[in-house]
Design a binder for this molecule. Structure first.
Ligand SMILES: Cc1cc2nc3c(=O)[nH]c(=O)nc-3n(C[C@H](O)[C@H](O)[C@H](O)COP(=O)(O)OP(=O)(O)OC[C@H]3O[C@@H](n4cnc5c(N)ncnc54)[C@H](O)[C@@H]3O)c2cc1C
Length: 519
């Protein structure tokens, strides 16, 4: 029905201000919203993981997805912030004789470039940031040449799925690509795979490759992500010891999992815990070794750390906390992990998740790296004019405090990629997004919004051991970040309030009668 006929979908009086409704039109779900007196209609499925946007939060003409915080403008369906990919289907609305009518005006796809532009924009990296930047350039109408360069053998894929559904055997590898090759062909986005960049020259604004060739660009975006840290203990390079960052890593692990009955996971941070969960889904006996006393307590505090530990133990994971690895032992391949207290764990496979460092080796000598990462200004431009950076490698000034921060989150990388693209096209706007991340373990997502490297008080709304709760992380009485299981709308609202520099007091947050959503 694109740009087609008007269709009557609802009696006008049934759509109440602020209460979205979903109607089915020609087998598609359409979200109807009356907001600030206007009626909007758009597709109801988030273009990231198909979450029902009707479960999200609408404020003004923006809807935020309940699962991973993608934002869309409901007045025209446009993607406002990743991790969404396409725009939503958009509809015109009208009220006639007491009924709401809609007419489709757009399908949500990104238009192919039109017209000419002599410029070439280079993007180093085809991950969350690189892909979002390339797509945003076309979305904004850039008709020049876009070349996205990756050291990996694959076009952009969903890295977050590697440790979750892919490893659990619940998602086939064919679900990984963010887009099909036809999409990039249509948008004329060139992707060079298996072409690691070996150097960047800010003077000539060019990148070099291992074979001595180089390529120059009118603008360059550096979005090379991170690389997993290695463990420098004896035996860490034995076959059977794995890192997990890339699809190639995941494929190597998957091949060995077919024979594995026991696994040792080193590290109890997000990757380690998600891997532990995925291996339990395969019935593998899992041991997690980590130096901390409680998983993720430095991020979420002890109560949530305790919850995470209990859920893993209830699902059969054995923790060896307060322990480090002294040695990986074995002949042809790893067979034993020897811990700092001398305990020996037999194992068929080891997965090491002990942190990530920015992938900046190729920038040596460029003058763009400070303390192992790439600082940028509020427009995400590096010290070199015309060269931008986004994602895991970038140290970005916070949009409110100016405090420099570097985070390793999928959504943040995509948003920075999109923002950098606009700045490559000349936008002078500063980056203001708050970081958001999620981790899915045993079917439940823990979501976090904000940035609280330090906090002196955690306040809970709901029971931390219950099915759903919100936690607020305060420093000197100011809300710095919030986490939740379930209760997506409240988390989104807290994010919006923090973004607008409005704090919610601890007493208000923990008072179940206090209506956060109407703040
Ligand atoms: C297994 C796993 C699960 C994760 N799960 C979550 C999650 O649930 N939630 C969350 O918020 N975050 C998650 N993350 C983190 C998230 O994936 C990263 O923060 C995000 O991918 C960073 O995006 P990026 O574009 O900066 O880098 P990447 O996505 O890492 O992309 C970097 C790109 O640069 C390329 N590259 C690197 N060096 C060169 C070079 N010299 N030349 C050319 N190309 C180069 C790489 O090949 C790659 O294409 C997860 C990460 C991993 C590894």
């Amino acid at each position: 029905m694109e740009n087609g006929e008007w269709i009557k979908v609802l009696v006008d009086s049934e759509l109440r201000e602020g209460t979205p409704l979903v109607v089915e039109v020609e087998e598609r779900k359409v979200l109807l919203i009356r907001s600030e007196g206007r009626i909007y209609a758009c597709g109801n499925e988030c273009s990231h993981y198909h979450a029902p946007l009707s479960d999200g939060l609408v404020v003004g003409h923006v809807v935020t997805c309940p699962w991973h915080n993608a934002r869309f403008d409901i007045s025209n369906g446009r993607l406002d912030a990743p991790p969404g990919l396409n725009d939503l289907a958009s509809y015109q609305t009208k009220v006639e004789e007491g009924n709401i009518w809609i007419r489709q005006t757009g399908k949500g796809s990104i238009p192919a470039p039109e017209g000419g532009d002599d410029r070439t924009f280079l993007i180093v990296g085809a991950g969350a940031a690189g892909n979002a930047a390339a797509e945003c350039l076309r979305r904004e109408g850039f008709a020049g040449r876009i070349v996205m360069i990756t050291g990996e053998a694959y076009t952009p894929y969903d890295r977050t799925m590697l440790s979750k559904d892919l490893l659990a055997g619940e998602a086939p590898a064919k679900w990984l690509p963010l887009r099909g090759q036809k999409f990039y062909d249509r948008l004329k986005i060139e992707i060079l795979t298996e072409r690691p960049v070996t150097g960047v020259d800010p003077g000539t604004r060019s990148v070099r490759f291992a074979d001595g060739t180089s390529m120059s660009g009118d603008r360059i975006l550096l979005a090379s992500g991170g690389r997993p840290r290695r463990l420098s203990v004896p035996g860490a390079e034995l076959p059977g010891c794995h890192l997990l960052r890339s699809r190639a890593h995941a494929e190597a692990i998957l091949t060995e999992l077919e024979q594995a009955k026991t696994a040792v996971v080193v590290g109890a941070s997000f990757i380690g815990l998600e891997v532990a969960c995925s291996l339990r889904a395969r019935g593998i006996d899992v041991h997690v070794v980590a130096p901390e006393q409680l998983p993720l307590a430095s991020v979420f505090g002890e109560q949530i750390g305790g919850r995470i530990r209990r859920i893993h133990e209830q699902n059969g994971v054995t923790f060896h906390l307060g322990q480090t690895v002294k040695e990986f032992a074995g002949g042809q391949r790893v067979a034993e992990v020897i811990l700092s207290d001398g305990k020996r764990l037999n194992t068929d496979i080891v997965i090491i998740g002990v942190g990530v460092q920015p992938e900046v080796d190729y920038l040596r000598g460029s003058g763009l790296v400070v303390e192992g990462a790439v600082p940028v200004n509020e427009r995400l431009e590096t010290a070199a004019e015309g060269i931008f950076a986004a994602g895991d490698i970038a140290v970005v000034p916070d949009g409110r405090s100016g405090e420099p921060r570097r985070v390793e989150h999928w959504v943040e990388a995509g948003r920075q990629g999109m923002h950098a693209a606009r700045c490559m096209l000349g936008s002078r706007e500063g980056y203001r997004e708050l970081p958001f991340f999620w981790s899915k373990q045993y079917g439940s997502s823990l979501r976090y919004i904000g940035y609280a490297r330090k906090f002196d008080r955690i306040v809970f709304r709901g029971e931390v051991d219950g099915k759903s709760f919100v936690a607020g992380f305060y420093l000197e009485g100011v809300l710095k970040a919030a986490a939740s299981v379930g209760r997506a709308r409240e988390l989104i609202r807290l994010g919006q309030l923090m973004e607008a520099d409005k704090s919610v007091g601890p007493e208000q947050l923990q008072d179940p009668a206090f209506d956060l959503l109407s703040m």
